[in-house]
Write a protein that binds this ligand. Structure first.
Ligand code: MN
Length: 267
């Protein structure tokens, strides 16, 4: 054991427009994941929940070695269900999953949910959106600003459960003391610019406050989609126990000030 620990906060919300929450999330250290389902009726909800269930079960069964293999198995689970059950036919889901080790974080990713790391005051996007508009940006056909408001911005080029085969992005990130990782669905990043996300991640003292404030800010900016955030802090064991004490002491405190949240609202 390196003496490193992970302190986690999670938040999810249906938002201000949608009727149901099709996002799912999992925080069972060392495994963390967000999934954003799509499909008519209850399809989206079923797809995102089923994907996380499958991935969690496989890793629990076989150890936390091969995250991408678990994602491929989750893909098959969703694919088989949607081909077998006409009530959820055509469903699919994004998936951004992480396994946190002592010195590195293993990521597997499909779709337009995202993973970020806040390190030394800088926010870095670790994943690439599998969307038509991102492809257009890479090809130089539209700008990032145009992509944000493009009518096709939520159309995915890759999703879990759509086909028997799935291409999974894999990435291993070295973990540095003090790192704060964020896994989130597009409901967050559609509403908040990276600078706004960074400001909240820098300001919030503990991961639960960070996750809650991110989701609140997305709702205050419009909340047009479901929003889910998992915030993971890397700390030493000493810091971890201090943080646990702070969190306990915070239980009866009032919510974060309105004044600060108002500053985060988009124009
Ligand atoms: Mn979404």
């Amino acid at each position: 054991m390196s003496g490193r620990g992970f302190v986690v906060g999670t938040a999810t919300h249906v938002g201000r427009v949608r009727e149901g929450n099709e996002d799912s999330h999992l925080a069972e250290p060392p495994l963390f994941a967000v999934a954003d389902g799509m499909g008519g009726h209850r399809g989206g909800e079923v797809a995102s929940a089923l994907a996380l269930e499958a991935i969690g079960a496989k890793l629990k069964r076989e150890g936390h070695g091969d995250l991408a293999a678990a994602v491929r198995e989750a893909n098959l689970a969703v694919f088989e269900r949607q081909t077998r059950d006409s009530s959820v036919s055509g469903m699919g889901t994004t998936l951004t999953a992480a396994i946190a080790g002592g010195d590195s974080l293993q990521l597997a990713h499909v779709g337009d949910s995202r993973a970020y790391v806040l390190r030394a005051g800088e926010l870095r996007l670790l994943t690439e959106d599998h969307t038509i508009v991102h492809r257009m940006v890479k090809e130089g056909r539209i700008s990032e600003a145009e992509a944000r408001v493009h009518p096709q911005r939520s159309i995915l080029t890759r999703a879990l459960g759509v086909d028997v085969q799935i291409e999974v992005d894999e990435l291993t990130v070295p973990v540095v003391e003090g790192d704060r990782f964020l896994l989130c669905t597009d409901g967050l990043t559609a509403m908040l610019e990276d600078d706004e996300v960074k400001l909240i991640l820098v300001s919030a003292t503990d991961p639960q406050e960070a996750a809650d404030t991110l989701v609140e800010a997305a709702n205050e900016a419009g909340g047009v989609d479901n929003t889910t955030a998992i915030v993971i802090d890397v700390r030493t064991d000493d810091e971890e126990s201090t943080a646990a004490g702070e969190a306990a002491g915070r239980a009866g405190d009032p919510p974060p000030s309105r004044k600060r949240r108002r500053l985060l609202r988009r124009g």
